[in-house]
Write a protein that binds this ligand. Structure first.
Ligand code: T6T
Length: 325
């Protein structure tokens, strides 16, 4: 049994460790987004801008495909490096990524989640509490906005279809939920089909939407819940020659979605703010290392809602995802 003096020494050591602060120059951050796409490319720009501004080193690894199978080994390799203090990540499954990220924490790496969250996302009161913060969109609200936009575009009645990516991903799940909730409560004359899951494959999204169009000649609208879903849905509508007849609401402001808006295929684009998510996540890591203890456990970054009337306005156009030149 430990005597009183060893107990006191151990306690003092713990206290000293927990209050020790580290400057930006001494920390290294891993950035592990969900997949290669324009949304995460813009987020990476935010991460890199903050890293430069704050003088901190970042190691970025991007999974080539979406999912736990692709993300976990990359995470494990980041942990195995042994030189990272923080990992900023978008978990590709709200339950299955808990154990691998807990293992990172157990190895001494603190976790900040961006865009997607673990568990129910309530790190203050929910079942998963270990990430420092969730920084991202309020995706349930984004789904509600999408539903009202699509309902307006189709005149409040008809059949609409949801094309999404994968189940159990907090972001798209929230969007589907908010969309379905508004359609049920506010638009009794709109019937909702789907969701189908395209596994982040735009061609698959186009095939699925094409099949729904064929089976439902009266289809009035489609909600594409992310880059790949909306891009595929838009292409299917164009291929069927139904631009302007089947309205598409696109989550994510890619150049492609904006182009489809110009052609009258997409009626509304929800731009998220991935640059902000990446920039703030690095700021949070640096603040945490410096000893800041009151960082918010959830930060909602908001949207820009883009339609044909405001798309040319720089105040809105600045949120279109721009990567490269
Ligand atoms: O819509 C974004 C992101 O918010 C979502 O979690 C996954 O898909 C995207 O990266 C777009 O492809």
């Amino acid at each position: 049994m430990r005597n009183a003096s060893t107990m006191t020494a151990a306690l003092l050591g713990t206290l000293l460790l927990s209050t020790a602060t580290v400057s930006a120059a001494d920390i290294k951050i891993g950035f592990l987004p969900g997949v290669v796409d324009p949304f995460y490319q813009v987020m990476q720009l935010g991460v890199e801008a903050a890293a430069k501004d704050l003088g901190v080193e970042v190691v970025t690894q991007v999974p080539p495909t979406w999912g736990v199978e692709a993300q976990t080994p990359i995470l494990d390799a980041l942990v195995a490096r042994g030189d990272l203090n923080y990992i900023i990540t978008a978990p590709t499954d709200k339950d299955q990524m808990v154990a691998p990220l807990q293992a990172a924490l157990d190895a001494g790496i603190k976790i900040i989640t961006v865009d997607t969250f673990l568990g129910d996302g309530d790190y203050a009161n929910g079942p998963i509490k270990f990430p420092i913060s969730y920084i991202g969109s309020d995706n349930v609200e984004g789904g509600r906005i999408s539903a009202r936009g699509l309902a307006k575009a189709i005149g409040g009645k008809g059949t609409v279809y949801i094309n999404s990516t994968n189940p159990n991903v907090s972001s798209v799940e929230g969007r589907e939920q908010g969309f379905a909730e508004v359609m049920k409560n506010e638009f009794p004359d709109i019937k909702v089909l789907g969701p189908d899951y395209n596994l982040d494959d735009q061609n698959k999204a186009a095939q699925q939407t094409g099949a729904v169009i064929e089976q439902n000649p009266d289809l009035a609208g489609v909600f594409g819940t992310n880059v790949f879903s909306a891009g595929g849905a838009g292409n299917a509508v164009v291929n069927a020659g139904l631009g302007g007849h089947v309205q598409v609401v696109a989550y994510d402001a890619t150049a492609e979605a904006i182009e489809l808006m110009g052609k009258g295929v997409v009626s509304l684009v929800l731009a998220q703010k991935p640059f902000d998510m990446g920039y703030m996540a690095v700021q949070f890591a640096v603040a945490d290392a410096a000893g800041v203890t009151s960082l918010p456990r959830r930060v909602e970054t908001g949207f820009a809602i883009i339609d044909k009337d405001n798309v040319a306005d720089p105040e809105y156009a600045r949120f279109i995802y721009k990567v490269g030149n």
